[in-house]
Every structure is written in structure tokens, then in C-alpha cells.
Design a protein around this ligand. Structure first.
Ligand SMILES: Nc1ncnc2c1ncn2[C@@H]1O[C@H](COP(=O)(O)OP(=O)(O)OP(=O)(O)O)[C@@H](O)[C@H]1O
Length: 337
């Protein structure tokens, strides 16, 4: 459903990488909308295409090595039609990005203040004084206790959690409408993770931004997301509100991910392990259910030949009809895995 708050509309996007002279799809036929005032989480195992989707939105691919098709409509502009100069007007200004590894995203030789100011120099007409004031404001906003001191410091003088706060400050410096956070807490310990997620949530509420949160960690999703898109092997296999995904999951992949997630009350139980691996791009099946090889006990006839998305309730869609007959091996009582 189209609403006035849809400001990012990804339509039938494919991104293929050139490997040994041939192109292979890393993401296929992605359709996704992001609204203002929401955190949309994209989850899936490593290699499912989450980062490729993020870097496709940000226009970070080398056109000589990548083929991209489809449309990414952002506030009325098709980002995929922009050249580098056009993209630079959006990146940092209207779209902010937070990467996993804050140390490699920061310049080790520059003071924090200069790194935060840089983005404002590029995108605003602020005077030096205005930029200085905004740097301190931003550091305060992301929860840095002594902004004056941190502004003067170099990245190596900060802890991992503080560095990630600085990265967030850079990403939000120009009040972007869209923030893409790719595994923003993976490198941090659990307490710091929770603080960074709080900062993200606060910023989303204050700036009315839309956030795409990419993570393989369902715990992070449960704590933060409003909506969730589950990706498997370059496709979205299920999409819904956080409540629908956690409480009424349908796709066998979503259910497997949830079952393999440690729970506070089943710490001593054996966790479910999803058989096999995400296929490499060269081995990616082009027809059939891409997850079928990892649930071999489900009869082939349960899968659609070319699985499409089906609405199960408003806002909740699932790929393939196999979810209707899916059970785990221990639930069927008759299958050994
Ligand atoms: N530049 C590239 N050239 C060739 N293949 C690539 C390139 N970038 C990613 N891939 C492949 O595309 C697939 C999707 O990778 P991607 O990094 O998007 O997945 P992901 O879900 O974000 O995983 P991770 O969490 O490990 O980053 C993988 O098979 C990966 O090996």
C-alpha cells in the first residue's frame, strides 16, 4: 500500500557482480518500502545480500564490475539514474550511513571535530562557529559525556563504543531522512550494543528519520525494529511488522532463524542448527525455492516452481506456499536429519 510517508521505494532491484567475466545476481527482484518514523530491520545469515542491498541504495558500486537494474525512488528521485555528482548531493546530506567497523570508517589522523565538520562543510553553508556548535550538539545527542574533550581527540583515544557514537554523529550531522546502519553494533560488547541501539532509536524519533538496520542478530531486531524484512540468498522471503515476524513467522527460513536464536529461558537446550550454507553466487539456483535444499525433509511438491510473495495478513508477506506444510524434523516425529 502506498502511503504519504513512503519516502524510499525500492522496486524490482537486482544487483549482479562480475566474477571471472560473468555476472551473478547477489540480490534479485527486491521490492521494499521504508517509511518515515520507522526502523526497518533487514535480517539473514552472512552472504544473503543485506550489505549489497545497502550499498546499492547508497550507490557505492563500481559500474564496471556491477550490473544494477530496477528503481530506487527516494523522495521522488530515482537514485539509480544519478551520476556520482548527483549521488554526492544525497549521501551524507539526505542519506546517512553507519558502518560496522568504526575504526576503519574514521580517519586516524584527524581530530573528531574535523571529521564531523567535514560533512557540514560539504553540504551546508555553516560558518566555522556554527559548525563547532553543531559538533558539540551532535556529540551530546549521541551520548558523549564530555563533547568538548572528545571533539579534540583522535579516534585511537576513544573506546569502540565512543567511536561508534562519533560515526552516528557524522551520519546524522545534516539530519538525513534516511539512515542506513549496517551491523552497527556487531563489533561492540552487549552493554554498549544496547546503548547504541537506544541512541539510534532516539535519533529516529527526534528527526522522524527512517532507519534501515542491517543485522544478522535477531536479538537486536527484537529490541529495535518496527518492521522486518528477512533475506535469504538474495531474495526477501518474508516481510512484516516485528510482532508478525516474531510471533507469527511463516517462512521456513524465518522460523529456522528464530529457532536457532538463543533464548533466555532455553540456555541449556540444544539450539536448532540450520543445515548447510547460503549458496555462493555462482551456485545460486535461478528457479525453485532457494531454501528448499536446506529443508530436504519437506516434499518437493510443497514448493512453488517460481516462488512469489503472498500476503498472509495486511503488511505480512511470505515467499512460496511451502510454509503451509513446513514442520521441523522433530515435530514430524518421522524424519531424521
Ligand atoms: N564485490 C563483490 N564481488 C563479488 N561478490 C560479492 C561482492 N560483494 C558481495 N559479494 C557476494 O554477494 C553475496 C552477498 O554478500 P553480502 O555481503 O551482501 O551479504 P550479507 O548478507 O551482507 O553478508 P555479511 O553479513 O557477511 O556482510 C555473497 O555471496 C558475497 O560473497
Amino acid at each position: 500500500m502506498e502511503t504519504t510517508s513512503d519516502f524510499l521505494n525500492i522496486k524490482d532491484v537486482n544487483t549482479a557482480f562480475k566474477i571471472n567475466g560473468k555476472y551473478y545476481d547477489a540480490i534479485s527482484h527486491i521490492n521494499l518500502k521504508v517509511h518515515h518514523d520507522e526502523i526497518l530491520a533487514i535480517v539473514g545469515e552472512s552472504g544473503c545480500g543485506k550489505s549489497t542491498l545497502a550499498t546499492t541504495i547508497m550507490g557505492l558500486h563500481d559500474p564496471s564490475e556491477t550490473k544494477i537494474s530496477g528503481e530506487i525512488e527516494f523522495e521522488g528521485t530515482d537514485l539509480l539514474k544519478l551520476d556520482e555528482a548527483g549521488y554526492n548531493k544525497f549521501r551524507g546530506a539526505k542519506i546517512g550511513m553507519i558502518f560496522q567497523d568504526p575504526l576503519s570508517a574514521l580517519n586516524p589522523l584527524k581530530r573528531i571535530e574535523d571529521q564531523i565538520s567535514e560533512v557540514m562543510t560539504y553540504h551546508t553553508n555553516f560558518t566555522a562557529e556554527q559548525k563547532h556548535k553543531r559538533v558539540l550538539e551532535l556529540l551530546d545527542e549521541v551520548g558523549i559525556v564530555n563533547p568538548e574533550r572528545t571533539a579534540r581527540q583522535f579516534p585511537h583515544q576513544l573506546s569502540g563504543g565512543m567511536r561508534q557514537r562519533v560515526i552516528i554523529a557524522i551520519a546524522i550531522a545534516c539530519k538525513p531522512d534516511l539512515i542506513i546502519a549496517d551491523e552497527p553494533t556487531t563489533a561492540l560488547d552487549v552493554t554498549i550494543q544496547a546503548q547504541i541501539l537506544d541512541v539510534l532509536r532516539k535519533i529516529q524519533q527526534e528527526n522522524h528519520a527512517g532507519i534501515i538496520l542491517i543485522t544478522h542478530d535477531l536479538g537486536v531486531v527484537a529490541e529495535t525494529a518496527d518492521r522486518v524484512a528477512v533475506m535469504y540468498a538474495g531474495q526477501i522471503v518474508e516481510e512484516g511488522t516485528a510482532d508478525q515476524i516474531f510471533n507469527k513467522p511463516k517462512h521456513p527460513y524465518t522460523r529456522s532463524l528464530l529457532r536457532s536464536m538463543p533464548q533466555r529461558d532455553n540456555e541449556n537446550d540444544d539450539l536448532y542448527v540450520i543445515q548447510g550454507n547460503v549458496p555462493s553466487l555462482q551456485k545460486m539456483p535461478t528457479t525453485g525455492d532457494r531454501f528448499a535444499p536446506r529443508i530436504p525433509w519437506i516434499d518437493a511438491s510443497a514448493h512453488e516452481a517460481n516462488p512469489s510473495m503472498h500476503e498472509v495478513e495486511p503488511g505480512h508477506e511470505v515467499r512460496c506456499t511451502c510454509y503451509k506444510s513446513f514442520t521441523f524434523p522433530d515435530q514430524t516425529g518421522s524424519v531424521k536429519v
